[in-house]
Design a protein around this ligand. Sequence first.
Ligand code: ADP
Ligand code: TMP
Ligand code: MG
Length: 190
Amino acid sequence: MLVVIVGPMFAGKTTELIRRVERQMIAGKTAVIFKPALDSRYDASSVVSHNGLKLRAFVVPSDEDGVRIIEREGAKYDVVAVDEIQFFPPSLAEVLDRLAYGRLVVAAGLNLDYKGEPFETTMRAMAYADKVVSLTAVCKVCGRPATRTQRLIGGKPAPADGPRILVGGAETYEARCRRHHEVPGRGIRP
Ligand code: ADP
Ligand code: TMP
Ligand code: MG
């Protein structure tokens, strides 16, 4: 069984991943959580949510080597969880799909980057999923459900020519709804 948890930043993806893994551990299952090495926020060897929940994690490189480690090591457990799947190459999706025969796989990832463009690995994992859990955050402008992530540089919306990967938290990102998500320089939208 493959469960994919998706949404913008602050939607509660990591919280939900930890909750699902903990329940399995209480039921006596062996479980492992993987996370990409480039996400060094808060703690290098734990998965940590924005509200401080924490579970020990197996840190792997965010490249094909990391994907191979997840496939090999994950096969030794009843439950395999992977956080921040958007940072791994798209080949992770096939590995998650293969691991999901015979064990529970729970994967969490960002739906869209700061420009509003889909993360390929998350899209691919969603296509293989038995269940997609789509979460929303709260828009920091209007308080309605937020499906997008606003990148802010010096308090202003970041232009579209920045790097795709920029690890950060509330100092650089805000949850926003469709109406309030802004990408300067991207042109006029309908
Ligand atoms: P994710 O992994 O999706 O970024 P986390 O599980 O790490 O989310 O954090 C979710 C928590 O973030 C919420 O429970 C809440 O305490 C906090 N939070 C901060 N800003 C927001 C926001 N704009 N909308 C919703 N939750 C927020
Ligand atoms: P989160 O979903 O657990 O909040 O973590 C998302 C991470 O992804 C965080 O480190 C910021 C990073 N990120 C990017 O690298 N590029 C982006 O376009 C966005 C929106 C987030
Ligand atoms: Mg998270």
